[in-house]
Design a protein around this ligand. Structure first.
Ligand code: ADP
Ligand code: MG
Length: 629
């Protein structure tokens, strides 16, 4: 079964198939009747609509029940601009698309703040609002009477650049436009931008921790998605020549969503299949007369029972988020997964890395006199009556590993959460290289050079390890969304660099063998290491690891220690939250002990073991060796 799906994926993804389909659709309808050409034109419009919802809901994870609204803005926009304002079609269509994109971008501002049911309701509200505006704003839209005589092939008044288009020619315009949109989308999804879109669907917090700003991504997702819906609308207006409010009801929004989901959301092929099916199905179902909608409903329910990931999910492998060609090239050159051309530190570490061995103590620490990168002063965090952090001060220096130790509930995670901008501090100050970062958002702190991992690893489960690790390079990327969609040479170079760098870091973290496995299929230890590797991709000045050793095997602990030493060797500051005393003892340079939100010890490991306050508060009467509570 998997072999079949792989094979189908290869065929579907092959450029030759796309070109063959394109040529067939270009030439075959010449001998078809008018109705077929019309139906094929509707298929193109539905493909655009389904892709529009796919980008927003399938990729970026933002459900929309209001896409008929954007479809309407595109349709009425272009119709009114050509009919009433006398704009040529070639200008009216882009203007209508821009209008729909603007509406989407604006809707993203409130919609970006809510999720799930609330988001569904808000977008449905937008759809209803648009519908009402169409009905009531009769001067412009024709109200319930509709808007007729829109330039279209049917009325033989659609003229583009002096060329009067007939139905077949107009279909060919739609065909080429749809093919171009699909190509751009494919490129876009297989780029850093596509990965970032998908990351906010999986976890906004995880995305934020590597500098991806969910708000920004959502506005982009809405704008691009609604631009495509607007394009579909404009094409629709000039296909049918008449617009009435009934084409833009909430049923239409639901239909678009269903089309994409049944086809297989999150892929490019899926919505195409869904659009084809749903353009064709209603006609076939007319045979059932009054039972038409019941049969329709039954088909839907059946599909979701049988194929939870839609048709595309049933027949092909999941879509990937790396440009396939760039990956092949880098792998062929031996650049991903081996430590070719890595920094000397990386090569040395990779050379000595041996799973299972706990590295000995006494690795030379960097110059301890170097000024701190991070300074935390009198940091306090209160949660409704509970003081989780109570005037905590500490500093992190480059080339040094600081352990943050303390019993459960002593405030360790809270410290990392406040410093990294997940929580706002109640009082106190945090500076990074002298810059005040207290109260900044998590993505802003990441951009300033401080990246953290989570006590419960947060990754994109349906990404491969490689894709997850590559996600960490988000802040390093310079390529624009347009260059990603057009797959410019500069963009591809950047992707190859990211693939190669991810390969080096995965080699150091011992992830090379599982690089192309889905994260959700891997044991816990790999996930932890993948999260650390992702953080390293951002090349942060400061790395904060919240209990990274929890749940790791001996071999994986060794790997983790190597990775952390490698980071220190690169003159970065590391904060390591840990319970596992053996692990910490050999690794760290400085120790800070928290108890009930206060620092009770600051110094080195030996001193901590003799410190009476620590022994009382944390270690109790146990020997430190057994104190990994
Ligand atoms: P540690 O990581 O050292 O085990 P935490 O920082 O997770 O401890 O928690 C410190 C204290 O703050 C605990 O009492 C915990 O219940 C509380 N706490 C942590 N996060 C929150 C939150 N979001 N809301 C309320 N209380 C919290
Ligand atoms: Mg914790």
């Amino acid at each position: 079964m998997n072999a079949v799906r792989r094979w189908v994926s290869l065929v579907l993804g092959h450029p030759a198939l796309s070109i063959a389909v394109l040529l067939a659709l270009w030439f075959v309808p010449a001998s078809a009747d008018r109705a077929t050409v019309q139906l094929l034109s509707f298929v193109m419009i539905n493909i655009l609509l389904a892709q529009s919802i796919n980008l927003l809901t399938g990729i970026a994870g933002q459900i929309s029940l209001g896409h008929a609204g954007f479809f309407a803005i595109g349709a009425y926009g272009s119709a009114v601009l050509t009919k009433s304002a006398g704009l040529p079609v070639i200008l009216a269509v882009p203007c209508a698309v821009a209008l729909a994109a603007l509406a989407g971008w604006l809707l993203a501002i409130p919609a970006g703040r809510v999720k799930e049911f609330y988001l569904a309701m808000m977008t449905a509200g937008f759809g209803l609002l648009t519908y009402e505006v169409i009905k009531e704003w009769a001067d412009v839209t024709g109200g319930v009477m509709g808007l007729s005589a829109v330039p279209s092939p049917t009325l033989k008044n659609l003229v583009v650049l002096g060329w009067r288009l007939d139905a077949l020619e107009y279909f060919r315009v739609l065909l080429v436009a749809t093919a171009v949109v699909l190509w751009l989308l494919r490129n876009f999804v297989q780029s850093m931008h596509g990965r970032a879109f998908f990351a906010i669907q999986a976890s906004e917090i995880a995305a934020g921790s590597i500098g991806i700003q969910p708000g920004v991504i959502k506005r982009r997702a809405y704008a691009i998605s609604t631009a495509i819906a607007g394009l579909a609308g404009a094409f629709y207006a000039h296909l049918v020549g008449y617009l009435g409010p009934d084409s833009f009801t909430i049923q239409r929004s639901v239909e678009v969503l269903v089309m994409a989901i049944v086809g297989g959301i999150g892929t490019i092929v899926g919505p195409v299949l869904g659009a084809m099916l749903f353009s064709w199905l209603p006609e076939k179902l007319q045979a059932f007369a009054a039972w038409q909608f019941m049969v329709y409903g039954l088909i839907l329910m059946g599909v979701f029972l049988l194929f939870r990931k839609g048709f595309a999910g049933a027949i092909a492998e999941p879509a990937r988020f790396v440009p396939a060609r760039a990956l092949r090239e880098v792998l062929a050159a031996g650049g991903a997964g081996t430590v070719v051309g890595a920094t000397t530190g990386a090569a040395a570490i990779a050379g000595t890395a041996s799973a299972g061995s706990m590295p000995g103590a006494g690795a030379p620490a960097a110059d301890p006199d170097t000024a701190p990168i991070v300074e935390v002063r009198e940091l306090t965090k209160r949660f409704a009556g509970l003081v989780a952090l109570d005037g905590v001060s500490l500093s992190l220096r480059p080339g040094r590993i600081t352990a943050l130790i303390g019993p459960n509930g002593s405030g360790k995670s809270t410290l990392v959460n406040v410093v990294s901008g997940i929580y706002t501090p109640s009082a106190g100050q945090v500076t990074l290289r002298g810059r005040d970062i207290g109260g900044r958002s998590n993505p802003e702190v990441a951009a300033a050079g401080l990246v953290r991992t989570f006590q419960d690893p947060r990754l994109v489960p349906s990404f491969t390890v490689r894709e997850n690790v590559m996600l960490g390079a988000h802040l390093k990327h310079r390529g624009s969304m347009l260059s990603a969609a057009l797959r410019t040479p500069a963009m591809m170079r950047e992707e190859r660099e990211t693939i190669a760098r991810a390969g080096e870091i995965m080699a150091i973290a011992g992830l090379t063998a599982v690089a192309d496995q889905l994260l959700e299929s891997l044991p816990y230890g790999y996930r932890r290491l993948a999260e650390v590797a992702r953080a390293l991709m951002a090349d942060p000045e400061v790395l904060m690891l919240d209990e990274p050793a929890a749940g790791l095997s001996e071999g994986e602990l060794g790997r983790l220690a190597e990775v952390i030493r490698w980071v220190r060797g690169r003159h970065k500051a590391v904060l390591l939250i840990e319970h596992h005393m053996d692990f910490v003892a050999d690794l760290v340079d400085d120790v800070v002990v928290l108890d009930s939100g206060r620092v009770i010890y600051r110094g080195d490991m030996q001193g901590m073991r003799r410190d009476t306050a620590v022994i009382e508060a944390y270690l109790g009467v146990q020997t430190p060796r057994n104190a990994d509570a």
